[in-house]
Write a protein that binds this ligand. Structure first.
Ligand SMILES: Cc1cc2nc3c(=O)[nH]c(=O)nc-3n(C[C@H](O)[C@H](O)[C@H](O)COP(=O)(O)OP(=O)(O)OC[C@H]3O[C@@H](n4cnc5c(N)ncnc54)[C@H](O)[C@@H]3O)c2cc1C
Length: 397
């Protein structure tokens, strides 16, 4: 039997281990922390989005780069994932936002335990507190405290570089670079972005949500909600644009995004409603006729000059596109996911590192992007499944 070693114990690794043919491979999973799946549990703290409920084309659309991610998701879809979870006794439900959650009776730790329990029944050997540090001269795996673990096949699934406390610290990038593998610099994705709010605005509106809004950046539209923070803006709408904004921030100091406070109304509808209003004060028109809350009105005041605020047409146009200037992304460690990692040109169509024989990499270690809402876990689970399918059909010499 061939020896297959998986390094890292996140969702990508767990799915791989669940799908590998254990009659063909003796599988050992090495995790540097004392338990596996710590980022998965952190993900569960704010509501565990396991995947996203959408047609296959709609599910695939937000992944980047599409040509890399689309075939992976097609081979193991949201439906496949839900069915697999159900088979393990992890029932799911679709939330109002189309995010798929574990049944309310199941805590994230119970979801993880069911997956880990399943792996144990399949004979997967867990080696915890086992930190991979590199290769020795013979190309064997070296771990902190001991050397030389020989494996016929090695799969790395050590995650990205945010939320270091969970074990995914991206420290592996130096070792890979030394081996000649190109690793793109890590940057925050699905993160907050900095806005220079004026003091009065932030003193009143810090922590306040802006619900049912739409954000636009370079023809990309993200609907959802935002939260005003001291640093700037957070929330699913800006997370969904994070990869595009970060791409611009690589070369430019500022990015202007546009916020539509009334995505369900056209400019004409807003303008007509405004002009027909019986209110005398602008803020009353905004509040009573256009149903805008105090934070939206405060934002309009901060982001428009007096002439615009007092002109119905200019104000209607601003309601549809409040310009907001972003000057920075939040720090990487606070981000939900990271951009960067192993360049996709370094792996072949089966996740194999072109420069290191019999060595594969999956999950957030690779340089791809998806928004929050279940897409990240779906992407990681799909990669684990697809690689297992390939390895199960492989003749290892
Ligand atoms: C706050 C937060 C909320 C999130 N919410 C969601 C959500 O609701 N839905 C969603 O889809 N996604 C969510 N995500 C993202 C999702 O959790 C990650 O994309 C996913 O866990 C990445 O999986 P992975 O298998 O690539 O690696 P990870 O889960 O990062 O696991 C990698 C593992 O490798 C181990 N490791 C690292 N280096 C070594 C080494 N040298 N030796 C041995 N082991 C090592 C680490 O300890 C870690 O356990 C969230 C993330 C965060 C931070």
């Amino acid at each position: 039997m061939k020896k297959l070693t998986i390094i890292g114990g996140g969702p990508a690794a767990l799915m791989l281990a669940a799908q590998l043919d254990t009659a063909q491979y003796q599988v050992t999973l090495c995790e540097k922390k004392k338990t596996v799946g710590r980022k998965f549990l952190v993900a569960g703290e704010g509501g565990l989005n396991l995947t996203y409920n959408a047609s296959l084309d709609a599910l695939i659309a937000p992944y980047f780069p599409s040509e890399f991610m689309a075939p992976i998701i097609r081979q193991f879809t949201n439906e496949d994932l839900i069915n697999w979870l159900n088979d393990l006794g992890i029932l799911t439900f679709i939330g109002s936002s189309n995010r798929v959650f574990p049944d309310l009776a199941l805590k994230p730790i119970e979801v993880l335990n069911k997956i880990v329990g399943h792996l144990s029944t399949r004979g997967i050997k867990f080696q915890l507190n086992t930190k991979w540090v590199g290769w020795n001269a013979e190309g064997h795996l070296c771990f902190d405290g001991f050397e030389d673990m020989k494996a016929d096949i090695v799969v790395f699934a050590m995650g990205g570089a945010s939320w270091k406390v969970t074990g995914s610290d991206g420290a592996w990038h130096k070792v890979f670079e030394e081996r000649g593998v190109r690793v793109q610099a890590f940057r925050a994705a699905n993160c907050a972005f900095g806005v220079a709010w004026n003091k009065q605005f932030i003193a009143t509106h810090e922590g306040k949500p802006l619900k049912n809004i739409a954000l636009t950046y370079k023809h990309h539209i993200a609907k959802g909600e935002l939260v005003i923070s001291k640093f700037g803006l957070e929330g699913n709408a800006i997370y969904a644009l994070s990869q595009k904004i970060q791409a611009t921030l690589l070369t430019e100091e500022r990015v202007v995004i546009h916020l539509d406070l009334k995505p369900t109304m056209t400019f004409d509808q807003i303008s007509t409603k405004y002009k027909r209003s019986r209110q005398s004060k602008v803020t009353e028109i905004l509040r009573k006729d256009l149903n805008l809350d105090r934070t939206s009105i405060g934002l309009l005041k901060q982001c428009s000059d007096k002439d615009t605020f007092l002109n119905p047409d200019l104000l209607a146009a601003t309601i549809k596109a409040v310009p907001i200037t972003i000057h920075a992304a939040d720090v990487l460690d606070k981000a939900i996911s990271s951009l960067g990692g192993i360049a996709l040109t370094e792996i072949d169509a089966h996740f194999q590192c072109k420069k290191i024989p019999n060595t594969y990499a999956i999950g957030e270690m690779l340089d791809w992007y998806a928004p929050t809402g279940g897409y990240l876990l779906q992407g990681c689970f799909s990669m684990g499944f697809v690689l297992a399918k390939y390895l199960n059909g492989l003749e290892v010499s």
